[in-house]
Design a binder for this molecule. Structure first.
Ligand SMILES: NC(=O)c1ccc[n+]([C@@H]2O[C@H](COP(=O)([O-])OP(=O)(O)OC[C@H]3O[C@@H](n4cnc5c(N)ncnc54)[C@H](OP(=O)(O)O)[C@@H]3O)[C@@H](O)[C@H]2O)c1
Length: 198
């Protein structure tokens, strides 16, 4: 949201799956930047995402987000292909669609210094969504998070200042890391799942 979309105060951002590990941080960061935030979650988590600062909360079991949201500047997508394509309807021309759950683009291949054949495969994989986005005047980017000391320092400062409160769902010791991954794979985590290292 900061580096790709340069999200600014007063802009509107739609964050899919606000109750998840990414969503719980992203909502708070967007609010800290002064943006208007919409998100989706199921009935049980509606109050929790409101408490994180979401201005508009759509219960995805009751309502289709693409029928409610209009003229957004930024969408942070973390779900499947259907939600990705419907996200285009939410954005205004000139808006920015950022996906962290695919499809990856050739830019990611450049970022990770992947080989030319893999770059071509990623270019093809993202061709459909890039074309549909371009037809609407929307920019599409895939974000692959990498360990980045500068970003972590900035986020740590926001946590220490109380601007972002990490939401931790469950904590697992390292020797049952497989259980932690299985829990994340259920897709029902509320916030972060932590593995403690002795
Ligand atoms: N590109 C990258 O570098 C990168 C980095 C981190 C994560 N990711 C990917 O991003 C995705 C999200 O990661 P995450 O850690 O945030 O996932 P997560 O914590 O496992 O997300 C679980 C949450 O998603 C919600 N959810 C599930 N289906 C939903 C739907 N249809 N609409 C709205 N909310 C829904 C659930 O809420 P309910 O229980 O209320 O349904 C739950 O709270 C994953 O695919 C992950 O692999 C990519």
């Amino acid at each position: 949201m900061v580096e790709i979309a340069q999200l600014k105060a007063g802009q509107k951002v739609f964050i899919h799956a606000g109750s998840g590990g990414v969503g719980t941080i992203a909502i708070q960061l967007a609010r800290h930047l002064g943006a208007h935030v919409a998100t989706t979650t199921s009935t049980a988590n509606v109050d929790a995402v409101k408490a994180l600062g979401a201005d508009v909360v759509i219960d995805y079991k009751q309502q289709a987000f693409e029928t409610v949201l209009r003229d957004y500047d930024v969408v942070l997508h973390s779900l499947g292909k259907d939600e990705l394509e419907k996200s285009l309807q939410v954005l205004k021309p000139g808006g920015q669609l950022i996906s962290i759950s695919g499809p990856p683009t050739a830019d990611m291949a450049d970022q990770l210094r992947l080989s030319w054949p893999i770059r071509q495969v990623l270019r093809l994989l993202s061709h459909g969504i890039r074309t549909k986005a371009r037809q609407r005047g929307i920019r599409y980017a895939f974000l692959f998070m990498t360990a980045n000391g500068g970003q972590l320092r900035d986020i740590t400062a926001l946590i220490e200042a109380g601007a972002i409160k990490p939401v931790v769902d469950r904590v697992f010791p390292l020797d049952v890391a497989a259980d932690a991954l299985a829990y994340v794979a259920t897709g029902r985590a509320k916030g972060k799942v932590v593995i403690t290292v002795p």
